[in-house]
Design a protein around this ligand. Structure first.
Ligand SMILES: C[S@@+](CC[C@H](N)C(=O)[O-])C[C@H]1O[C@@H](n2cnc3c(N)ncnc32)[C@H](O)[C@@H]1O
Ligand code: SF4
Length: 333
């Protein structure tokens, strides 16, 4: 039977981080001052192996998970990732997707598709090279992300694009992004800048509320709201009235969605987090490597979910914003 938590929320989505490393240094996620040469990233032995990830994923699916997203850090920097995709797609009945900065998609898209990946989300914060460089902080050009998006589309992977909007940094990129991806037929999702982790120096003033973003797009391309696809869908959807596609907004700040949150997160070293804003995870790697059989593993995950009470975004306040939360690059967004 599907497990539910203390607030009656089922377990439906699993995000799996496969590495805490990344080739970008986005200022809102892995600022250079913190993630510099002295930062201690996880050691190879600390990472879950693909076999361990598969075993956990099968157990989550037995608990009701229908959707798995591979993330990171940058998931495509983990060697042979397509081997993991193959293992996860073999589970069957799972919507398998991946979030990436797109930089390695030109080399990887086809192999990922052939291994069974169903869809991909590519992050891109601006079409302006200077603005984008100021956000990825490694001078990565826009054109190469666009090439990654094209490579994915050509390989037959439906693409969504994620854009984090930060006040005073890339608000002016909202409309050009909407124009381009409306034309290309990819769904663009705007993400309110969130207070994840504690290294990005987040301030409420940096947040551009979703309603402001929607109003800006609506002024040029009239929009109408769309019903959610399923319970727990975090993006609020809007459709262009002329039938030319849709956009989404992920408004964790101004429209918390904890009440419907059906999502668990597994870190690259096998800690299970029941909330993006959690302070501590449950060490499933210790359970695995301690020799638990499948029944014990199943029961342990059921127990953790059954005790879940998280609703951080709904109770967010200055005090909770200052908690020592885990980093986005570690837990995987
Ligand atoms: C942590 S990244 C991992 C996957 C991949 N490296 C990428 O950038 O798509 C997942 C998503 O989280 C978003 N993200 C990171 N830090 C964020 C923050 N502070 N607020 C909102 N979104 C954030 C990224 O833009 C990206 O779309
Ligand atoms: S958002 Fe993605 S690409 Fe940017 S630093 Fe974080 S993990 Fe890397």
């Amino acid at each position: 039977m599907a497990v539910t938590d203390t607030l009656g929320r089922p377990l439906r989505d699993l995000r799996i981080s496969v590495t805490d490393r990344c080739n970008f240094r986005c200022v809102y996620c892995m600022p250079k001052e913190v993630f510099g040469r002295d930062y201690r990233f996880l050691d190879r032995r600390e990472l879950l192996t693909f076999e361990e990830i598969e075993r956990l994923a099968r157990t989550f699916v037995a608990h009701g998970v229908e959707k798995i997203r591979i993330t990171g850090g940058e998931p495509l920097v983990r060697r042979d990732l397509e081997r993991l995709v193959e293992k996860l797609s073999a589970i069957g009945g799972v919507d398998l997707t991946l979030t990436t900065n797109g930089s390695l998609l030109p080399q990887k898209a086809r192999a990922l598709r052939e291994a069974g990946l169903r869809r991909v989300t590519v992050s891109l914060d601006s079409l302006d090279d200077d603005v984008f460089a100021s956000m990825n902080d490694i001078d990565f050009p826009v054109q190469r992300v666009l090439e990654g998006i094209d490579a994915a589309a050509e390989a037959g992977l439906p693409v969504k694009v994620n854009m984090v909007v930060k006040r005073g940094v890339n608000e002016d990129s909202v409309l050009p992004m909407a124009r381009l991806f409306r034309e290309r037929g990819h769904i663009l999702r705007f993400i309110e800048y969130m207070d994840v982790g504690h290294s990005n120096g987040w301030r409420l003033d940096d947040v551009v509320p979703a309603r402001e973003i929607v109003a800006a797009v609506d002024a040029e391309f009239p929009l109408e709201p769309v019903e959610p696809n399923y319970r727990g869908e975090v993006a609020r959807r809007w459709r262009y009235r002329d039938g030319s596609g849709e956009i989404g907004v992920i408004a964790s700040l101004t429209h918390p969605f904890c009440g419907d949150c059906t999502r668990a997160r597994l870190s690259a070293e096998g800690r299970l987090y029941t909330c993006l804003f959690a302070v501590r995870g449950h060490d499933l790697r210790a359970v695995l490597r301690g020799g638990a059989d499948n029944g014990e593993l199943h029961d342990e995950i059921g127990r953790i979910w059954g005790r879940r009470t998280d609703r951080y975004s709904e109770i967010r306040s200055q005090a909770t914003a200052e908690l020592e939360k885990v980093e986005m690059s570690y837990i995987g967004g």
